[in-house]
Write a protein that binds this ligand. Structure first.
Ligand SMILES: C[S@@+](CC[C@H](N)C(=O)[O-])C[C@H]1O[C@@H](n2cnc3c(N)ncnc32)[C@H](O)[C@@H]1O
Length: 322
């Protein structure tokens, strides 16, 4: 249930439907319970939550663990104030922090459990540092191409964490500091113009891959810093454009009237070649479901992989906090 749009508009501000990007919401109650069960939260544990939102999930944990064992961080001051008032009305006084949950909360660490109800591109190193060995982290890992997965990691004595993606199609809004960078219309138009001069080739894998939950997730792994937009030039077919914000590389995929898609690419990285390579490796291994993927982070790098008879097929997602 969306409770804020565009970092400002609350339901009480409007009397009829308005457009906007959801920036806060109350998580589906059943999903909150499922996540707490998966996280294996029990009495006596000290828990860190990132994304207080309405305070609903915070309230459930306060009820179960006692509010002194619950710390919840919310970035948005208005949202945080409303949650604090709601929790107070219920008689709960958890440790509420207004700030960037990607930093965790050093004051209340170490935690037995960390749960995020916003998505992150990578596990922040602060969460690792602040989780006790034997503790657990549950978060959706996602990205700008909207490939998401709910991951549960166990923290080991050496301060690394390893785990797996859980079954289901669960996504959360991105942590605000990791929201996609703005690319203005002029840049998209420039890329579209540039790509008209690029050599076309038929696509081996096309954009329909995004209809498949795990297919989209694999595409996300292959293109971690890429943004996508559909543009129709002069009433022509809707073409999907990709821009990699780190290298400036770009690609387009245009559906052909007779079927199939045409790819055009520009820049130092051939983006769609990379996507096709990743999807190819995944399909060659029998297209394993997302819950066969594993994830590991040592505080510096994050690796995602699935195992095959010939060894792991893996992706490294770069530095944690970049
Ligand atoms: C899906 S809502 C949380 C739902 C909440 N758990 C509930 O049960 O109502 C996600 C929240 O994460 C917050 N958020 C986004 N980025 C954040 C960050 N870096 N640190 C803390 N909170 C963040 C958003 O403002 C939003 O309120």
């Amino acid at each position: 249930m969306v409770t804020q749009l565009d970092g400002g508009t609350a339901p009480s501000d409007v009397s009829e439907p308005v457009p906007g990007e959801p920036t806060s919401s109350s998580t589906l109650p059943g999903l909150v319970v499922l996540m707490l069960e998966r996280l294996d939260v029990t009495e006596g544990m000290n828990v860190l939550e990132i994304g207080t939102g309405t305070g609903y999930s915070t309230a459930l944990m306060c009820d179960r663990l006692g509010y002194d064992n619950v710390t919840s961080v919310e970035l948005d001051p208005d949202v945080a104030a409303k949650a604090a008032a709601a929790l107070r009305r219920l008689g709960h006084a958890p440790h509420l922090v207004v700030g960037d949950g990607l930093e965790g909360d050093d004051n209340r660490a170490p935690f037995d459990r960390v749960i995020a109800t916003c998505s992150v591109r990578r596990i922040p190193s602060a969460w690792l540092r602040q989780t006790r060995p034997g503790g657990r982290i549950l978060t959706t890992l996602g990205g700008w191409l909207h490939g998401y997965g709910l991951a549960l990691l166990d923290v080991s004595d050496d301060g690394a964490a390893e785990g797996r993606y859980l079954p289901g199609t669960i996504s959360f809004m991105m942590a605000r500091p990791q929201a996609p960078p703005m690319i203005d219309d002029a840049r998209w138009n420039e890329v579209s113009e540039l790509l008209t001069r690029a050599e076309p080739r038929p696509a081996v894998v096309d954009m329909d891959i995004q209809q498949d939950w795990t297919g989209r997730f694999v595409m996300q792994l292959a293109l971690p810093c890429v943004l996508q937009r559909a543009i129709s030039v002069d009433g022509g077919p809707w073409t999907e454009y990709l821009i990699d914000v780190t290298t400036g590389s770009s690609a387009s995929l245009t559906p052909e009237p007779g079927g199939g898609w045409t790819v055009r690419q520009a820049g130092p990285v051939r983006l769609w070649d990379e996507a096709e390579k990743a999807i190819g490796r995944w399909r060659d291994a029998g297209a394993p479901a997302q819950d066969e993927f594993r994830v590991r982070t040592d505080g510096h790098e994050q690796t995602v992989w699935f195992d095959t008879d010939d060894g792991p097929v893996s992706w490294t997602l770069g530095a944690q906090d970049e």
